[in-house]
Design a protein around this ligand. Sequence first.
Ligand code: BGC
Ligand code: CA
Length: 294
Amino acid sequence: MDRGKWQSDFDNDIYENITCTEEPTKTALKMRKIQQEPKEENLSPKFLKTSEMLETQRRLLMVLGTLLVLVFTFLIVLTCLMFIYYSMVNSQLKQQDEEKANLLTQITTINQIIVEQKANLLTQITSTKQTLDNQKTQITAMQQTLDSRISESMRSTKQDILQTIQNEKTKCDSGWKAFDGSCYFIDTTERNQDDAQATCKSMNSDLVIINSDREKNFIESITDSSSFWIGLKRDKNNKKEWRWVDGTYYYPSQRFWMNGEPNNESEECVHTSKEKKWNDIFCTYKYKAICEKK
Ligand code: BGC
Ligand code: CA
């Protein structure tokens, strides 16, 4: 140390009355330094105030540091908890998704089964309905057939009864058949129409005059497939018109012609054919005859 320096140190008040003659020792300097350190009671108020502020700031910093550590720890704990919670929720959501998928699969399966069963039921219903409709149609047809048979049977029975009553009432000569109040005779000798009518006349009758379906049916029942003269002829004045031999009006509803007949105005007389229907024919032809006595 230079002499100027420590000389200045000795310029202090402490040493103001000490006469410095030689260079101080190291120990003496150390001692002097210790003595130089300020004692609190000797420090200035400004210095004290600054010191207190520094102390306060140091404490605040410590508190802030502690708080930061606590907040950091809290954030770490919170993050861990959040992660655990997220994992749990995620696992639950996955489980729920799986359950949802299972439920959806079950619903789809059930839906398919329902659709199939519905289709099967519809097919069965349609088939059953079809069967029922067919049966209904068959029953209706059977009922109609039955009704028609019953009514035909009743009509036939009624006709038979009426016929029997009529026959009982109508007294016909031997060889003559009774129907609806008339007597009928089959002349089995073949003659032309004029001779046939003459033969009937000789027995107080005329060639048959057919006035109804019933009578036509009766005639059919007493004749075979031979040809027989009946009492129908063309009008002498109008060859397109027809007259019964007794002059009875020839009703349009009582025409039992074969298909395509009458077909020839030169054929002026009528006979029953094999089919028991009528044909115009030449009057000179020779056939058996049916006589009717009213
Ligand atoms: C015709 C009749 C006709 C008859 C005369 C038949 O072949 O079909 O219309 O009266 O011949 O023989
Ligand atoms: Ca003819």
